[in-house]
Write a protein of this length. Structure first.
Length: 278
């Protein structure tokens, strides 16, 4: 299975061009179609006009918004033109952050951006990364708002714990893993009674990947449960990886999607792109 149909969330964020650039490179690498999904909420125009109106008195809010939308669309199309990628542009309303999740179900991989806490965004925008990760049923690539990512998937770290979520993440990332120069399996807090057994989890996943032509090495660490997320990020930094693959953990509560502890840490503190599956 390859990546032939990609989706990238496009908005007016200053970090969006970097996200689109990564999506464009992936589309070129896998000869895939890339759809840009531009979402708007009913209050988007009023939200963004607060500061802009103080600087540039526009005749109407709608005229200003259309100009912003056209600028974002032109930047998207130019980025894809340079790579010769087949593209599609979609615009949808999104009052609660669910639109990207719904459209992600028709893509092999969806690319979204980490939320920058210093960047003002309409409320629905803040829900998108975790909602897509937990509600779409499809793999999601989350791109950090800070950093310059010239490569993706050259050196990969897989956070493995034998769960259904981590197994799904490995399967979903196989097209990228096959192209990687190095793959490391990191298991954390594995049952101590299994460490010396030949059938231990990290050995089995290494063997499984070998059947796909992927050479992986395994490493096991034991840390406090509260430090799992920080440990993954620390190991990624030490090894200079440019992609982390892991399961996403969480649940819905009162129409909100709540990330598990390690996943929440990764989403807030990520330093490299993360491919997650739930």
């Amino acid at each position: 299975m390859g990546l032939k149909d990609l989706l990238v969330h496009v908005n007016v964020s200053k970090h969006c061009p970097a996200r689109v650039a990564i999506a464009a490179r992936l589309a070129k690498t896998f000869d895939a179609r890339l759809t840009g999904l531009f979402t708007t909420a009913a209050d988007d125009v009023a939200f963004y006009m607060v500061e802009e109106m103080a600087l540039n008195a526009e005749p109407t809010m709608r005229a200003w918004w259309l100009r912003v939308r056209d600028k974002v669309k032109a930047e998207f199309e130019e980025a894809l033109r340079r790579t010769g990628t087949t593209t599609l542009w979609l615009e949808v309303g999104d009052k609660d952050g669910s639109a990207v999740s719904q459209h992600a179900r028709y893509a092999d991989l969806t690319i979204v951006g980490q939320i920058d806490p210093e960047e003002p965004l309409p409320r629905p925008e803040y829900k998108i990364p975790e909602r897509v990760a937990l509600d779409s049923g499809c793999p999601v690539l989350v791109v950090p708002y800070a950093g310059n990512f010239t490569t993706l998937g050259s050196k990969v770290l897989i956070a493995w714990n034998s769960s259904a979520q981590s197994a799904r993440a490995v399967r979903d990332s196989l097209p990228l893993l096959r192209k990687a120069e190095s793959v490391t399996i990191l298991t954390i807090n594995t049952d101590s009674q299994r460490r010396d057994e030949p059938d231990r989890p990290d050995t089995r996943i290494v063997t499984h990947l070998a059947h796909h032509g992927i050479v992986a090495t395994a490493r096991e660490l034991v840390v406090d449960d509260a430090m799992v997320g920080e440990t993954i990020l620390s190991q990624a930094s030490e090894e200079g990886v440019d992609l982390i693959v892991m399961g996403a953990y969480g649940h819905s509560r009162a129409s909100e999607f709540v990330l598990g502890g390690a996943t929440r840490t990764m989403f807030r503190q990520m330093t490299v792109p993360i491919l997650v599956s739930h």
